[in-house]
Write a protein that binds this ligand. Structure first.
Ligand code: FES
Length: 104
C-alpha cells in the first residue's frame, strides 16, 4: 500500500463504530474514536482473527478469539495473549470521504 486511497464515506463509520476494508490485499480496520478516525491492521498480532469481529470500546479494540486488546490510536497491544503491536495506517478525511494509506 502506498498512496492514500478512498475507502469509505464518513457516514459509514459513525463515532464508536468500526469498518473493515481491504486495500491492495491488506485487511484494514478503520475506527471512529469520539469523532477521530484511526486505521490499523484488522488482523490480530497473536493468531489469525479479524479484529472487526471483536468490539470497539473507546480507543480499545478487543480480539474476538482470545481477548487481546489493542489501542487503535497507536496499534499497541494492551494485554496478553498479544505482545506485538498491530500495524497502523495513515487516515485522512476530505469532505465526506475517508482515505487510507501507508503510515510514514
Ligand atoms: S488471535 Fe487475537 S488474541 Fe489470539
Amino acid at each position: 500500500m502506498s498512496d492514500l486511497q478512498k475507502v469509505a464515506s464518513l457516514s459509514e463509520i459513525p463515532a464508536g463504530q468500526m469498518k473493515a476494508v481491504e486495500i491492495d490485499g491488506e485487511q484494514v480496520l478503520i475506527c471512529n474514536v469520539e469523532g477521530s478516525l484511526y486505521a490499523v491492521s484488522d488482523v490480530c498480532s497473536h493468531d489469525y482473527a479479524l479484529l472487526s469481529d471483536g468490539e470497539l470500546n473507546g480507543k480499545e479494540v478487543t480480539c474476538p478469539l482470545h481477548g487481546a486488546r489493542f489501542d487503535v490510536t497507536n496499534g499497541k497491544a494492551l494485554c496478553l495473549p498479544a505482545v506485538k503491536p498491530i500495524e497502523t495506517f495513515k487516515v485522512e478525511t476530505r469532505d465526506q470521504d475517508v482515505f487510507v494509506g501507508a503510515d510514514e
